[in-house]
Design a binder for this molecule. Structure first.
Ligand code: SF4
Length: 79
């Protein structure tokens, strides 16, 4: 059975999410790597591709900061 709290949220792709933070010269592509800066997920330093996704998705433009794509990411969240 699906958890109601989760099913109420909208699932979407990182490349279309405002919580995705990529390199300053990065593009919104499936293979671009970036840091997820969703407040709840920040403790995990989640490094995700444009083609990744989750149900904390919020439509918007990605944030940009140098070091967002490194493993582990070294950029601080900008939002
Ligand atoms: S992991 Fe979820 S919240 Fe984070 S950037 Fe991707 S879709 Fe957005």
């Amino acid at each position: 059975m699906v958890d109601k709290n989760h099913s109420d949220k909208q699932w979407g792709l990182c490349k279309d999410c405002k919580w995705w933070q990529i390199e300053p010269d990065g593009s919104r592509a499936n293979t671009t790597m970036g840091l997820c800066i969703d407040e709840d997920l920040q403790p995990f330093q989640l490094r995700v591709s444009g083609n990744s996704g989750c149900n904390h998705f919020m439509p918007g433009e990605p944030a940009k900061a140098r070091g967002s794509s490194e493993a582990p990411p070294v950029a601080a969240p900008t939002r």
